[in-house]
Design a protein around this ligand. Structure first.
Ligand code: RIB
Length: 305
C-alpha cells in the first residue's frame, strides 16, 4: 500500500471564544457585539486540522490541561483522523484559551492565555522521537516555548525532515540563531517579516528587501503572506508571486494557519512550491468566508483550482 508522507505539527491548542462586532473596541471602550461562538483553535492545532482535512497524514504534538477544554480538543483532533498519541496533559495548568474579537471586515484581535501550551517541553518532544524520525515535514509556530521549537527543529534537521516555521505570534525577542539555521521554509505575515527583517513593508520592493534580509539569516525559502495582496515567496534564487483569490471576508482568524497546513499537504504530495502556494491560497480564501478557526477550514473537495 502506498503510504503518504507524514506531516508532524508541533504547537498550541486553544479554545477560542469569539465575538463578532461592528468594530474592534478601543482601550477603555465597552461595545455591544453580535454573535458569540466557541470553537477549537490554537495555531498548532489549526494547522494540524487544516492539513488533515485536506488529506494529509498528520501527527500533532501539543500539551493540554487536565480539563474539559483539553479533553474536548483532543477528541476533536482524533475525529479529524490526526495521530494524537504524543499529546501530553499538564496537571497544574489549564488548557489554552483565546479571546477573539472580529469586526465587520473580518479583521480580528486575539489575546491568548497559553496555559498548558507554555509547558510543552523538550522532554515531551523527545517522547515522540520515533515518530519524528518518520516525518517528511515538521511544521511549527511560536505559541509554545521557543526552546522546544528549537530543539524539535534541530532534531528534525538531523533526520533530513523539511522544517517549516510560521513565526506567529510575532516574536518579541530575536529568534535563536540555531533555530533559524534549522529552518528550511519560513512563512511570516507582513508584521512578522517586518520584525524579523527590521524593514517596513509598504511596497513590493520593500517586501523583497525584507525577504532578502531574512534569507541572509540562513533561511533558504521565505513565503511572505500578505492577506488580500497575495503571496511573495523566494525559493531557489527566484521570486514567486501568487495573487490572492478574491472573496468576501467574514472572519480572517486562522487564515494563515489554513495556508500553512495546506502548503504542507501540497509539499507532502510532491507538488512544487508555486503550485503548493496556489493550493494554500485557495484553502485560506475559503476559510475566511466562514466564522471561526478550525470550524472554518475547508475539505479537499472545496479546493478546485
Ligand atoms: O491563528 C489563529 C489562532 O491564534 C486562534 O485559533 C487562537 O487560538 C490563536 O492561537
Amino acid at each position: 500500500m502506498d503510504t503518504k508522507k507524514r506531516i508532524i505539527v508541533i504547537g498550541s491548542s486553544n479554545t477560542d471564544m469569539v465575538i463578532k462586532a461592528d468594530y474592534l473596541p478601543k482601550p477603555g471602550e465597552t461595545i455591544l457585539g453580535g454573535s458569540f461562538i466557541m470553537n477549537h483553535g490554537g495555531k498548532g492545532a489549526n494547522q494540524a486540522v487544516a492539513a488533515a482535512r485536506l488529506g494529509g497524514d498528520v501527527t500533532f504534538i501539543c500539551k493540554v490541561g487536565n480539563d474539559l477544554f483539553g479533553s474536548d480538543a483532543v477528541e476533536m483532533l482524533h475525529k479529524e483522523a490526526i495521530e494524537t498519541a504524543y499529546i501530553s496533559v499538564a496537571d497544574q495548568q489549564p488548557s489554552g484559551v483565546a479571546l477573539i474579537n472580529v469586526d465587520s471586515n473580518g479583521e480580528n484581535t486575539i489575546v491568548v492565555a497559553s496555559g498548558a501550551n507554555s509547558s510543552l517541553s523538550m522532554e515531551d518532544i523527545g517522547k515522540a522521537e520515533a515518530a519524528m524520525e518518520q516525518a517528511y515535514i515538521l511544521m511549527m509556530q511560536l505559541e509554545i516555548p521557543v526552546e522546544t521549537v528549537t530543539y524539535a527543529a534541530k532534531a528534525a534537521k538531523r533526520n533530513g525532515t523539511i522544517v517549516v516555521l510560521n513565526p506567529a505570534p510575532a516574536p518579541v525577542e530575536k529568534l535563536p540563531e540555531e533555530l533559524l539555521k534549522s529552518v528550511d521554509i519560513l512563512i511570516p505575515n507582513v508584521t512578522e517579516a517586518e520584525i524579523l527583517s527590521g524593514i517596513t513593508i509598504d511596497s513590493d520592493e520593500s517586501a523583497r528587501k525584507a525577504i532578502h534580509a531574512i534569507t541572509a539569516q540562513g533561511i533558504p525559502t521565505v513565503i511572505l503572506t500578505m492577506g488580500a495582496k497575495g503571496v511573495l515567496a523566494f525559493h531557489e534564487g527566484n521570486y514567486i508571486r501568487v495573487p490572492a483569490f478574491k472573496v468576501e471576508a467574514t472572519d480572517t482568524t486562522a487564515a494563515g494557519d489554513t495556508f500553512c497546513g495546506a502548503l504542507c499537504v501540497a509539499l507532502s504530495e510532491g507538488q512544487n512550491l508555486e503550485d503548493g502556494i496556489r493550493f494554500a491560497c485557495k484553502a485560506s480564501s475559503v476559510s475566511v468566508t466562514r466564522m471561526g478557526a478550525q470550524q472554518s477550514m475547508p475539505v479537499r473537495e472545496e479546493i478546485r483550482l
